[in-house]
Design a protein around this ligand. Structure first.
Ligand code: GLU
Length: 264
């Protein structure tokens, strides 16, 4: 009798373990879209240092083009823009934020290029910027070649970091984690120039007009939303891309451009 009871006990433990395992399995088998719908939440990785795309304003509010665009996407997918949750990313950690499942997608001034397309999927471009150079108003630096022998600030993980090393190989490249840090290095004279997208540099120029942006644009930087390169993410990407198409087609994207970029 004791043996029967013991065997029955073992059987029950086995059944419990089995059902726990299968429950876990079905949870992890859900697609990203199913998860997002179940949680009624889309987590988006955005910049806090890249005005006018993602920045903290004087009232400590997160604002910008990428912020509004993400809210609009959440509204069209889950019916309410409040379902979006923002997490800060930087140029160097945004891909990790995606691949480690920290965010559902990235909306962070991120240029679509072949190298990145090997590790993430991109939406269609929603804006095109260009790499520019910012220097103090009285600087004699007039083009990219003049950066050789000078201290030049870039943000680590940005396209400008790589481009600068190719275009001015003898520049002393100073890498910063955020654009806020890089701009403060320019203001205090620790660097002679700062290079990145014209959009971000213009954002700084509106804060402080002791600087100028040189006329030439060295690249085209098409911004895309970035997604995980995984099978379970595809239906989510399709629905975000469809929302982005609608946002373009019904004139909402134009409105966002006018709101955030008309001064540029
Ligand atoms: N758009 C460029 C990039 O994706 C520069 C801006 C940024 O650092 O995000 O690297």
């Amino acid at each position: 009798m004791k043996k029967i009871i013991r065997n029955f006990g073992l059987l029950m433990i086995g059944i419990t373990l089995f059902s726990a395992l299968t429950a876990c399995k079905s949870e992890s088998q859900k697609t990203q879209l199913e998860q997002v719908r179940e949680n009624n939440k889309i987590v988006v990785g955005v910049k806090y240092d890249s005005k006018p795309f993602g920045f903290i304003d004087q009232d400590q509010q997160l604002k910008g083009f990428d912020i509004d665009l993400s809210r609009e996407i959440a509204k069209r997918i889950l019916g309410d823009e409040k379902t979006v949750e923002f997490k800060q990313v930087t140029s160097s950690n945004r891909i990790f934020a995606l691949t480690s499942n920290g965010v559902d997608f990235v909306a962070a001034t991120m240029t679509i290029n072949d190298k990145r397309e090997r590790v993430v999927n991109f939406s269609q471009p929603y804006h095109v910027a260009g790499q520019a150079i910012m220097v103090p108003k009285n600087s004699i630096i007039a083009n990219v070649k003049d950066l050789n022998g000078k201290n030049v600030g870039v943000v680590l993980g940005s396209t400008s970091e790589r481009n600068l090393r190719n275009m001015a190989p003898r520049a002393f490249v100073k890498g910063y984690r955020t654009y806020t840090d890089a701009f403060s290095a320019l203001k205090t004279g620790r660097i002679d120039a700062l290079t990145t997208d014209d959009t971000i540099l213009t954002g700084f120029l509106y804060e402080d007009d002791n600087f100028k942006i040189l006329n030439h644009r060295y690249t085209k930087e098409p911004y895309g939303l970035a997604f995980r390169k995984s099978e379970d993410s595809i239906s989510f990407q399709d629905i975000v891309n469809a929302a982005l198409e609608d946002i373009k087609a019904d004139g909402t994207l134009k409105k966002l451009q006018n709101k955030w970029l008309s001064i540029q």
